[in-house]
Design a protein around this ligand. Structure first.
Ligand SMILES: Cc1cc2nc3c(=O)[nH]c(=O)nc-3n(C[C@H](O)[C@H](O)[C@H](O)COP(=O)(O)OP(=O)(O)OC[C@H]3O[C@@H](n4cnc5c(N)ncnc54)[C@H](O)[C@@H]3O)c2cc1C
Length: 292
């Protein structure tokens, strides 16, 4: 018997998990208890949607505002190929099969679930394993024009033009889905820091950790919020030694009720992690030759 697969809208985890789908009789998603939550990111059942069903909240509002626009221009330019950019494209395409859509992005526009980046090292996944569909294939499927590896440098909203590193482009309607930039303490030089915010960054840290010998490393993770703790756990599971630092006294301090972080304090030590609470990083030397 096969059951309909459901996808977590927050992190992309799919029910039933591969190991469960091997089970000839996995429980249908609707029959799971109301207390069920995503094992990867923890959101509740309501945040799951059936796979391959095109539900497109927001598309109606966006398309009707485009139809009301005084310019009546049908060409949409979306900048950014993360979850936000691709979700807008899916929503528009579902409502407007013929509208012209151009996607501009400085990466390859590959479709993947970013939350996997903080759990994939220990699973030995390569960036290619994480890509669910290449940018080129996804663009063909959505019938859009793709300008990958193209960086938007400035916007002239009066004349509705974009300046990119590959030239100028005009737009009718513009969607900016640029993501966020990390808040990096001033004491770090940008080149001394590993970013795990995209597939390229993931690939670089994976290569650096593998190194010449593949020996386990000692890694400092600064920031014990949700992603810092996840990455610390992933690195430890992968066999590395981790020191997790945070200005707060306990991991996940801003996310959990006051009594919970104390229990959490014990968790990193159990996993051969060291947690240093109440530490504000003020200075850092450059990484050693080879990164670690
Ligand atoms: C390691 C990690 C784990 C996470 N885990 C979770 C989780 O468990 N649960 C959860 O809910 N969230 C999680 N998040 C957060 C979530 O993944 C992000 O909030 C979400 O993916 C952001 O999507 P986005 O489309 O807004 O931005 P992004 O995915 O950052 O996409 C931005 C896009 O804009 C492009 N771009 C930027 N500037 C330009 C420019 N000037 N010109 C052209 N293109 C440009 C980029 O190339 C990219 O394609 C995690 C994030 C990380 C990094």
């Amino acid at each position: 018997m096969s059951v309909t697969r459901y996808e977590c809208q927050a992190c992309g985890w799919i029910y039933p998990a591969q190991s469960e789908s091997a089970n000839p009789e996995p429980i249908a998603f609707n029959e799971l208890p109301d207390t069920f939550c995503c094992p990867l990111c923890g959101v509740g059942k309501a945040q799951f949607k059936p796979l391959d069903v095109d539900e497109t909240p927001g598309a109606a509002t966006l398309t009707s505002s485009m139809q009301n626009s005084s310019q009546q221009c049908q060409d949409v330019v979306v900048v950014g190929a993360g979850l936000a950019g691709w979700t807008v494209i899916d929503a528009l395409r579902a409502k407007q099969p013929d509208i012209g859509i151009t996607l501009i992005t400085q990466d390859m526009a590959d479709r993947y679930h970013k939350p996997m980046l903080s759990v994939a090292l220990s699973q030995n996944k390569t960036p290619q394993d994480l890509v669910r569909m290449s940018g080129v294939q996804a663009a063909q499927k959505a019938n859009i024009t793709l300008m990958s590896q193209t960086q938007v440098i400035s916007i002239d909203s009066k004349n509705r033009t974009l300046q990119t590193n590959k030239g100028e482009l005009s737009y009718g309607n513009l969607v900016l889905a640029l993501g966020a930039a990390p808040a990096i303490p001033a004491c770090f030089a940008d080149q001394d820091i590993w970013h795990i915010n995209d597939l390229e960054g993931f690939s670089k840290i994976q290569a650096a950790l593998a190194g010449e010998t593949g020996a386990n490393k000692h890694i400092a993770v600064i920031g014990a919020g949700m992603i810092g703790t996840e990455i610390a756990e992933d690195l430890t599971t992968a066999g590395h030694k981790v020191t997790l630092l945070d200005i707060n006294d306990a991991p996940l301090a801003g996310l959990l009720p006051p009594q919970a972080p104390h229990k959490n304090m014990q968790a990193p030590h159990k996993q051969n992690n060291t947690f240093l609470g109440g530490h504000l990083v003020q200075k850092a030397g450059p990484p050693r030759e080879g990164g670690f």
